[in-house]
Design a protein around this ligand. Sequence first.
Ligand code: ATP
Ligand code: MG
Length: 417
Amino acid sequence: MKINGVKGMNDILPAQVGRWQEIERMAREVFALHGYREVRTPVVEPYALYARGVGETTDIVNKEMYVFEDKGEDKLALRPEGTAGTVRAYIEHGAHVEGPQKWFYIGPMFRRERPQKGRYRQFHQIGVEAFGIAEPAIDVEQIAMLADLFRRLGVAPVVHVNSVGDAACRPAYLEELRGWLRARGEVLCADCRERTEKNPLRVLDCKVPSCQPVLAEAPRLLERLCDGCRTHFDAVRQGLDDLSVPYQVNPRLVRGLDYYVRTAYEFTSDALGSQSAVAGGGRYDGLVETLGGPPTPGIGFGMGEERLALMLEAAGRPVPESRPAVFFVSADEAGRREGLQRATELRRAGIACDLDARGGKLARQFKQAERVGARYALVLGANEAASGQAKLKDMVTREETPVALADLASRLGTGPA
Ligand code: ATP
Ligand code: MG
């Protein structure tokens, strides 16, 4: 009986994986340039971590999380996002004593959503967290870093920034917003009405078309920020201007998670259709304390790798593939042995090469050489093995050039052709 994979959880096959490797390699490079170090945390955490750290009124915890009991003992969850687990690790290992920390993670996340383009049940996030820095300079650095990563990959999603206030200015605004929304309940969707009571800020985030003209008129937190939040937001804008990072102020941008304060930001792209956000981030100054650590400011983002891959595809960026420099074709048993020896030598010298371990008909071996994209083919038989001389055949021009087998490594240089 054939068993298929789980709905919404994808295989990334060898023909596509080069895209992922490129994204991850680039991310690691850019993060290292900015002093972010990698952390790897489990994909399973206590359910309570997300209930407290993400918030029980969020869709993520409420509707989307995979929760299970570990043989009737602990209530556990597959991680739906990376921040809570990273913060847990930060606290558990007392990382705060060393001063500010910049960490990043790359890995699978799980949300039980309706699968569609750019939205899956297992997906991958690349995210960063900067702990211990309350100053807006880190917000600026982080947003500019992400913009740089996108630029290197040849895409330019739009940067949206906003301030979601803090404990000084948000509560009064939420009451004002709630009253305003209640008065318009009958023209808003059912979700909006429910969120008006539970989490009114999230109403601003509603994607239902008929709600848009109404919500466009909603009171704006950006016009009601306390002095501290106003100064912070102005400094973020100034910093982005200084670094020539283009951005749009979007007063309706809120993050789906409860713990965000002040800076909220998002990168969106038309290439993603209705799933327009490729990355979302923001400041979460209260989160470390909420999860039992010392008061510690923090700011981070999570980026969806699948969505970034879709953007690169839409931009026509080819999937990078590593190809062998040379493919050894064996004419007989002596040639086969010689080929394996020469291949081993080249590989030790750091030159990618391949051979058809099945041996057999020359035509089939050449076909295999073509299929793997080899730059050259080299036929080896008893004569070549004895003389140490062979012909390097260019797979594109079909031209043949004599080569001494001893010189192969220097002829092919280092690395794949
Ligand atoms: P959305 O509004 O699209 O549901 P979100 O606000 O739930 O996004 P975040 O929790 O901020 O998303 O996660 C950060 C990023 O992770 C998103 O910008 C997106 O690129 C990616 N992401 C989130 N959920 C999924 C999913 N189910 N499948 C693929 N990527 C996802
Ligand atoms: Mg979501």
